[in-house]
Design a protein around this ligand. Structure first.
Ligand code: GLA
Length: 383
């Protein structure tokens, strides 16, 4: 856990220059899960869990990185960027590699980073790492890149250097977040609209299952592939279709025989989840939290039974939310197989729910769940 001041001070202990400071945000996603890589809709918001960066050019061709939260260093030459077994370093080097591939002449960089954004809890610490670093580099080297280009660059870097076939939601949310608003993002056109998060008597609460199952990254790749199989099957009858975004329920039904039962089930979840994003926006504009909550529960059921990316621990946390009268809705959030559940809780009932949920969770799994009350804040910025 480090503050912006800590990171700035740690930088100045190690390096002689005055650093540029950047703060990058994590995100929650209200609804629209696993829809982004299917060119669908998502509804994320950037939150007050940060990674802070202090960075400067060092006039050489070498980079010196220090990850303060884990106390690790990584040094390399700009013309010899290679994958490392330090995951965090790959996210950063991938950004530099993308820029060099675009013909940007970089110089060596000294960097210290760290913050209060939990890692592996489903709040997108990796996208914050990419977004904050990319914005910092652009500012250092005076590169005039619009933010949506940075989001795309970070996504490409995840695909090509880190090796994760992610969608664009997390990078986009970190870079485009706005206080008090969610972003309704169309992942096909990258068109977006801000949606006021007036939750009335309710607030967003994250419950961290504190588990992160091994399966997460291979299952993510499997889901990407299963959806692609679904698209290929639909294309046999509807060749104009390019992604699940273009597929109607009727078309999916008509193509059902051309795909396996499992692939049909995955695709159906995606089509319905896109619909739920529009419905959730309507609930927010009407201030109807009970109805929004029901959508969250339904999404969880879909993620758990149809898309099969949940796990016993997050299922259990959502069941506890279902049993509590003060919780309008809850669901697992992010890629799945652990991490946090997102809960829409009546403010007056929050403490009671937390107490019961943590007690029952501990009884069932012997794990102390953690909670985070999150504020929706402006996205990643140079400070
Ligand atoms: C991860 C990915 C995102 C998105 C979510 C699931 O967070 O990085 O692109 O696919 O999972 O909605």
């Amino acid at each position: 856990m480090h503050t912006l001041d800590d990171i700035s001070a740690l930088f100045q202990d190690r390096f002689p220059q005055q650093p540029l400071l950047v703060q990058a945000c994590g995100r929650i996603n209200i609804i629209g899960e696993h829809t982004d890589y299917n060119n669908g809709f998502v509804l994320p918001a950037s939150i007050d869990k940060y990674l802070f960066f202090a960075l400067a050019e060092n006039g050489t061709d070498e980079c010196h990185f220090y990850a303060a939260d884990v106390g690790q260093e990584h040094h390399f030459k700009l013309d010899a960027i290679r994958q490392s077994d330090r995951g965090w370093a790959n996210y950063l080097m991938g950004i530099l590699q993308q820029l060099q591939q675009e013909g940007v002449l970089l110089e060596g960089i000294d960097l210290v980073f760290g913050g209060n954004l939990p890692i592996g809890a489903g709040m997108s610490s990796s996208a914050a790492l990419e977004a904050g670093f990319a914005l910092g580099i652009c500012s250092l080297f005076n590169l005039q890149k619009p933010r949506h280009e940075l989001a795309k660059l970070a996504q490409r870097s995840s695909h090509e250097f880190v090796g994760i076939p992610c969608g664009i939601m997390d990078q986009f949310a970190s870079l485009f977040g706005r206080a008090g608003q969610a972003i309704k993002l169309d992942c096909q056109s990258l068109g977006y609209e801000y949606i006021s998060l007036n939750t009335g008597d309710y607030e967003w609460l994250l419950l961290d299952s504190k588990v992160e199952h091994e399966l997460a990254s291979s299952a993510y790749e499997d889901r990407v592939e299963e959806c692609a199989q679904g698209v290929r099957a639909v294309q046999l009858s509807f060749p104009e279709v390019q992604s699940l975004r273009d597929v109607s329920l009727e078309q999916l039904e008509q193509s059902q025989k051309a795909m396996s039962g499992l692939v049909y089930q995955r695709c159906r979840y995606i089509l319905e989840e896109n619909e739920r994003v529009h419905q959730a926006v309507a609930c927010l504009s009407e201030g109807d939290m009970p109805a929004l909550g029901q959508l969250l529960f339904r999404t969880h059921e879909g993620l758990s039974r149809e898309y099969e990316v949940s796990c016993r621990e997050t299922d259990f946390l959502v069941e506890l939310a279902q049993e509590h009268p003060g919780v309008a809705g809850a669901r697992m959030m992010g890629g799945g197989f652990g991490g946090c559940t997102l809960n829409l809780v009546r403010r007056a009932d929050k403490d009671d729910f937390l107490k019961k949920a943590k007690r029952e969770y501990y009884r069932a799994f012997g794990i102390r769940a953690e909670h985070y009350a999150v504020e929706v804040v402006d996205g990643t910025e140079v400070v």
